[in-house]
Design a protein around this ligand. Sequence first.
Ligand code: CA
Length: 741
Amino acid sequence: MKIRQIMLSITALIASAGLANAEVVQNLEEFNAAVKNLRAGDELVMANGIWRDVELAFQGTGTPQQPITLRAQEAGKVIVSGQSNLSISGSYLIVSGLVFKDGYTPTSEVISFRTSKSALANHTRVTNTVIDDFSNPERFSSDTWVAIYGKNNRFDHNSLINKGNSGVTLAVKMNNEASQENGHIIEYNYFGPRQTLGSNGGESLRVGTSHYSRKYSNSIVRYNYFDRTSGELEIISSKSCGNSFNGNVFFESQGTLTMRHGHYTTVENNYFLGNRKPNTGGIRIINEHQTVRNNYLYGLTGYRFRSALVIMNGVPNSPQNRYDPVVDSVMNNNIVIDSDHVQLCAGSDEERSATPTGSSMHNNIFMSRTNLEPFTIYDDVSGISFKGNLINKGAQAPIANGFKSVPYRVSKNKHGLKAPKAALTKAIGFDEVKLPVTKAEVGAEFYPKREPYAAFQSGKTMRVKPGTNTILDALKNSNPGDILLLTNKGEYGLTKLANIRHPITIKSKRGAKPVIRSEKANFFVIENGGALELDNIWIDGADSPDLAGNSVISTSRYSMNKNYTLSVRNSKVTNLDVNHSFHFLKVYMSTFADQIDISNTEMSNITGSILSLNKETDDLGIYNAENIRLQGNTFTDIQGAVADIYRGGTDESTFGPIVVVADNKFIRTGQGRRNKAGASLKFHGVQNLNISNSHWEDSAPLELFLTNGEPTTVIDNIVMKDSGKIVSNSDEYSSSNVSYE
Ligand code: CA
């Protein structure tokens, strides 16, 4: 026998002698029985299929040479669904090939690196595994998808996609010594799209908590791809010492990598590709001995705490959960291109009065023509040394020394990234502008990186004839993104609710608008996962029931863990007046719109309100919609408020609401005795408000309540005729060309 054949025979002998086992289990009972007998080197194989309502506890003790593996029979063909989760404890364990979808965890974690408070996983690897929209249907019922306890664990090549409910996507837990100084490695994962939560609690990754933040975690987070992870201000919240974030890519993600607590953390060679999308941010330094170097930041528009680069002020002798001052930290050798804001001593106020000390900002390149005054300095920067920075001509350096003007020269390099000339990047010690990892290189290899939602008008067009419930029949046969095309002259009746369960467009071609009437208290109900676009449609209330509190469009009355969009264009809404409080849009608690857009539309004779987005009244920093735009509309005889938008509380983790009101006419609006807002438009806690080129006549006043952070409020070129003065709690807004007649 040749040597190779002998070796093969020996391997076969060892296998048959039962030294290692590969057992295929079909259900939870078999799984549990097999787990009891696992020995080093064994493989526990879950049979292909759907495993519904299973709480899997995988425990065992492997060795470095002979780990114990739990895997799918075929990677991607074991679907864990329903009320399910996986907990792991022991050492030298490997999990791979599972998919969690169509359900949510009954506990507070989906994959947990512990099976009880004292039984933790060490030297354990979870790889090639997926959690896809395994979201609790209760939006604010919080859970963590992956909780890493213990030490020396590795989480790699996994896909975590589309978390809809509150709670961190992946958390490193440090709640006792057995989980500190853990040295976990989190790498090559795909953090897929995470929608705006509209509250704190939407972090994609958190390492530690404020309570243990002065302990070392020593976690390494590298080569992960964050694809539109826009849950909240903190994409990553580092809340412990000694972490390293290296070579990660942040693609069009709203928020920042924040060193919220803890010291001695390094942020190096990360790429932030904002592509000029709103609220895209970079890196925020808080605390001591933080190192931020050789990062690339492109097209970031974020302002304040989500600016491209931020160095915060701290609280003197800060309590653990507030802000430690910045001490001996560096922000060097970074490239910032076409980004709008860099903020120093950010957050300076009576409490955050400790300025940075012993810190440096050296050899950075700032090349941006999008904002020629990119730096904002809120306090004394004498504790930051500035040297060798390059800034493009025309842009204003923050201080006289330490910045050299160079021409703005940026071009796409061979890797498709906007970069300054190589001579400049070399001069600051930045090797090559090139992504450290691509989207294709991360995540579970078998799992596609699909778009989570269909765009409007991305599907097929269905012609819908006039008549009773023809729209409902078409909806029943529709798929996400489809268009219901109505004829220009018809009448469309509804005797039942039109439930919108996926993105749908209802429109007609330019010309006469087809009319829709309904015999139900609501015309359209946007259910979880739904989104609605109306274009060139006439909505009339003449057939609506004689009830108080009707509405044209309503959200689900239950919690929605998927954000929706509502767009109304070139349309007409009339005679919502059969009884009192007939609203255009009625929303419920625990629902959230990414975008509500009403444009070129006439609305008249309405006893209720148009956009009443004021249902989150607990002042927890939760609100009902992110972006609201009213443009080119005429509102006539509206008894309620045209817009009543409420965002209460003092939490600073979110961006919105963001409101644009432009080119509108408000005639006899907001004066009904049931209008609790007492205003034609009322904005409370709106973070970014722009009102321009609009005209009020015989209307209730415009009312502002500026609160939370630094809201930006601009009012320009408006006329208020017989409509009272603007009512505001503060004069901290800019107004020009406001005339009262
Ligand atoms: Ca947060």
